[in-house]
Write a protein that binds this ligand. Structure first.
Ligand code: PGA
Length: 229
């Protein structure tokens, strides 16, 4: 009975990194239909700020690609979140295969802002190879980066999910670069030992059990079905 009540009303508080905003709202659709009395508060921010929310215990569940190893947290992966190299579709490298990573460091690069998990992953790959990127500008938004790429300002590395709504006429293309895609996952994270609300527990189980299937069922293939990846 108490269980039933917990799922009838209340607020689910989620904090997610910016790459996850391309998937989580879609996953919330069927979940909210199942529990129509539930309200959702969804915070979208970069990795560093989501970690701050986690430390302050501001939300029920946190979604990120790089769970902290210095905090006592419970961590469960639920969906792949690969990073790909994006360029303007008429870029000279667009038709090349197996482009060496080193070649990337010769191109003007558009980088996510400090504090971004995407930035951290890109930086690590190039640091590990002893390569330096020619960063032309820092931008604090995946969408702004996509516009800058379309404007011919340079190439970038973003989550493949940022292409979720790009149709066949997208101005963007995925480059075939050695070492890419960078394979990563999204994790659901919450402080270890925290007693989840009934609704948070239900969403947690939904993500783990049905997240991947619902994400695939509701995804619009667009650019990804063009054989360019
Ligand atoms: P970001 O995080 O929004 O901080 O780049 C994305 C991620 O780590 O997937």
């Amino acid at each position: 009975m108490a269980n039933l009540k917990g799922l009838k009303q209340g607020t689910l508080r989620l904090a997610v990194v910016t790459t996850a905003k391309y998937v989580i709202p879609r996953l919330l659709g069927p979940f909210c239909q199942r529990y129509p009395g539930i309200d959702v508060s969804l915070t979208v921010d970069n990795h560093e700020r989501i970690i701050d929310s986690l430390i302050d215990n501001r939300d029920d569940l946190y979604i990120m690609s790089q769970p902290p190893d210095d905090l006592d947290v419970t961590i469960h992966p639920f969906l792949e979140n690969p990073l790909v190299v994006l360029a303007w579709r008429n870029h000279p490298l667009a038709k090349e295969k197996a482009i060496p990573l080193k070649r990337m460091s010769e191109e003007p690069f558009i980088m996510r802002e400090p504090g971004s998990g995407t930035r951290k992953a890109v930086q690590k790959l190039f640091d590990d190879q002893g390569l330096e990127l020619k960063v032309k500008l820092d931008l604090g938004s995946n969408e702004a980066i996509k516009q800058a790429i379309a404007g011919g300002l340079g190439i970038s590395v973003l989550s493949i999910h940022t292409l979720a709504l790009e149709g066949p006429n997208s101005p963007l293309t995925i480059l075939d670069v050695e070492g890419f895609p960078i394979q990563r996952y999204w994790y659901v994270v919450y402080p270890a030992g925290k007693q989840l609300s009934i609704i948070a527990q239900a969403f947690f189980e939904y993500l783990l059990n049905e997240g991947k299937t619902v994400a695939e069922q509701t995804s619009f293939q667009g650019i990804l079905s063009q054989g360019r990846f």
